[in-house]
Design a protein around this ligand. Structure first.
Ligand SMILES: Nc1ncnc2c1ncn2[C@@H]1O[C@H](COP(=O)(O)OP(=O)(O)OP(=O)(O)O)[C@@H](O)[C@H]1O
Ligand SMILES: [Mg+2]
Length: 579
């Protein structure tokens, strides 16, 4: 598209910050036409009431001069009242419908973005900070969409008034017309200067908001750590610094934006001064009637403000394009849809028997290899313990199995099907995981457990909780299952959280069960009870359990150790006699 326009405009659009990113963004906006037609109607009406004013004024002077009729004077004044009434009404509808249209687009864009976020695999999402994603939804999209319609109306208003006034002036006198527009080229130079200055500020502002949200979220969530290390002052200053940096950027933008308006106005006024002289000259020469001068001045007055408004609109466009660029940068990092059916052969529900095979699987988060050509097979119904020192790659192994991350080389099979060919939805239906860190939502205990099986009945949930040895403790709370867990699981003990998370797995009832340190927060008695539950109720399932607890090692069929990126199967009888 850029190639077809002439070089001057091409250069101008480039200075304005228009590029492929902006083009792609604009192309994807679905304008709410039902409002747009109405907005256009009221905008035209509003503009009509603007451009008609000088004509009425001139007519008024002419009439009171020639007719000397009070009756006519009154009529014109009444017409004036009606005109301003129409103006007010159209301004109201224009503004309200505009807000409505922009809210619709805003909401749609936000939902669209969230839709994209949910399609991303874990390894893509973990590259983006959650605070950044929040800031995109809350601030970045709003900054673009809320200002966009006002900007478009600004353009329409400026252009209509400009065209109307200029046509009239040209009609009256061509020389005058040229005098009015002679400042326009000078104005583009002024604007270019300001475009340069504003470059990147919009992007920086959005980045700063993202840092601010991220920083505050972290501090507010980890208040206990902050307090226990007496770091309130430090954290406060850290947040203050971000707030100040944000303020400085906003001020920089305000300085430039406030400067461009008087600069544009000054340049536009130059024509005014030249015209003053020339119109006076024309009156003296008898070319222009004195009444024409009144109307003419009215037009000059209303043509200066659309020129400066146009300049302000262009400046704001540059700012919005900056916001769009920052948005598109985030969007381009979220370019995968892990649930795209066309990527897989298996998109229909399958219930696996639970055979798991790793074939020469290697993996590292960066250049450091954590797993190096790891191979093993676990048969349906087997119970396997994985041991190995901290940070060696036990949890990583599990992340690969549920496709949170992809192996660098090698293949993983479930029931001899390459998991690359299985839609993650289907795969994860077959696997229950108790992650090492426990995630509970700020919702009732009931809802937290039901999370693993939507629509589960109270009886099912109670049964799962009994298996997880947590039912009695839930009942000892006044609200029982309706007890609302606070943010990050606060309000429950570490061991209670762990058992509630385990209850989710008993409820889900999938053929493969993975437990990452399921008893790490439990005392000896509870550990014994839980281990017994696990091996009783998951008897028919394939179970992988990361644990160094002797109660667990005793119960499993096989023990794997991870060491130097390799997996080694231990001789269980030897291990038992050693312990
Ligand atoms: N998302 C990640 N990005 C980069 N490196 C990571 C990531 N997660 C883990 N690591 C690194 O990978 C290595 C293996 O981590 P992993 O969590 O698998 O260890 P682990 O065996 O489960 O340890 P632990 O017993 O302490 O839970 C560690 O050195 C860790 O620092
Ligand atoms: Mg781990």
């Amino acid at each position: 598209m850029l190639k077809k326009v002439n070089p001057f405009w091409k250069k101008f659009l480039q200075d304005l910050g228009f590029d492929e990113d902006v083009k792609n963004f604009v192309k994807k906006i679905k304008p709410p036409w039902k409002y747009i037609w109405l907005i256009l109607f009221f905008t035209l009406l509003f503009n009509f009431t603007t451009v008609i004013q000088p004509l009425i004024l001139a007519k008024l002077f002419e009439l009171i001069n020639s007719e000397k009729s009070i009756w006519l004077l009154n009529l014109i004044v009444l017409g004036g009242i009606l005109l301003f009434l129409i103006r007010g009404v159209s301004q109201y509808f224009q503004g309200y419908l505009l807000a409505k249209a922009s809210q619709e687009v805003l909401t749609e864009k936000r939902k669209e973005f969230i839709e994209i976020v949910f399609k991303q695999p874990v390894y893509v999402l973990e590259r983006n900070h959650s605070g950044h994603l929040v800031s995109v939804v809350i601030s970045n999209i709003a900054a673009i969409v809320s200002d966009l319609p006002g900007l478009i109306i600004g353009y329409i208003n400026s252009i209509i008034t400009l065209i109307f006034s200029l046509s009239w002036i040209f009609y009256k006198d061509v020389t005058l017309g040229f005098m009015t527009i002679f400042t326009l080229p000078a104005l583009t130079f002024v604007l270019k200067h300001f475009f340069k200055k504003v470059e990147n500020i919009a992007e920086l502002i959005q980045q700063k908001i993202s840092h601010l949200i991220t920083g505050m979220n972290e501090v507010f969530r980890y208040m206990r750590v902050v307090k226990v290390f007496n770091r309130e002052e430090f954290e406060k200053q850290r947040v203050f610094k971000l707030i100040d940096e944000y303020k400085n950027l906003q001020l920089r933008l305000a300085r430039i934006s406030m400067l461009q308006k008087p600069a544009a106005e000054f340049v536009a006024s130059l024509s005014l001064i030249v015209i003053t002289w020339y119109s006076g000259y024309l009156v003296i020469k008898g070319v222009l009637k004195p009444f024409d001068v009144i109307a003419y001045w009215g037009y000059v007055a209303i043509s200066v403000s659309p020129i400066t408004n146009l300049s302000a609109s262009l400046f704001n466009t540059r700012v919005i394009f900056g916001y769009i660029k920052e948005f598109m940068k985030t969007l381009s990092s979220l370019n995968i849809n892990e649930f795209d059916n066309s990527l897989y052969e298996y998109n229909q529900d399958i219930v696996f028997r639970g055979k798991i095979t790793f074939d020469s699987v290697s993996f590292g988060y960066d250049e450091n290899k954590i797993l190096d050509k790891v191979s093993f097979t676990i048969y349906p119904g087997q119970k396997v313990a994985i041991i190995g020192k901290s940070g060696i790659g036990k949890s990583t192994l599990i992340s690969l199995l549920v496709k949170f991350y992809k192996p660098i080389e090698g293949k993983i099979y479930i029931d001899d099907i390459d998991i690359e060919k299985i839609n993650p939805n289907i795969l994860r239906k077959n696997i229950s995981i108790l992650t090492q860190e426990i995630y509970l939502f700020n919702d009732s205990i009931f809802k937290n457990i039901e999370y693993s099986k939507q629509g589960a009945s109270m009886d099912e949930i109670v049964e799962a909780c009994k298996k997880a040895e947590i039912h009695d403790e839930i009942m000892s709370k006044k609200e029982g299952y309706n007890y609302v867990v606070m943010e990050d699981g606060k309000g429950l003990s570490g061991g209670q959280r762990q058992r509630i998370a385990l209850a989710r797995l008993f409820l889900k009832d999938s053929p493969i069960v993975i437990l990452d340190e399921p008893t790490s927060a439990l005392d000896k008695i509870n550990t014994e009870k839980i281990v017994k539950s696990i091996f009783t109720y998951f008897k028919d399932k394939t179970v992988i359990i990361i644990s160094h607890t002797i109660d667990v090692i005793k119960e499993v069929d096989r023990v794997f150790t991870i060491q130097d990126g390799k997996i080694i199967e231990q001789d269980k009888s030897l291990l038992q006699s050693k312990s």
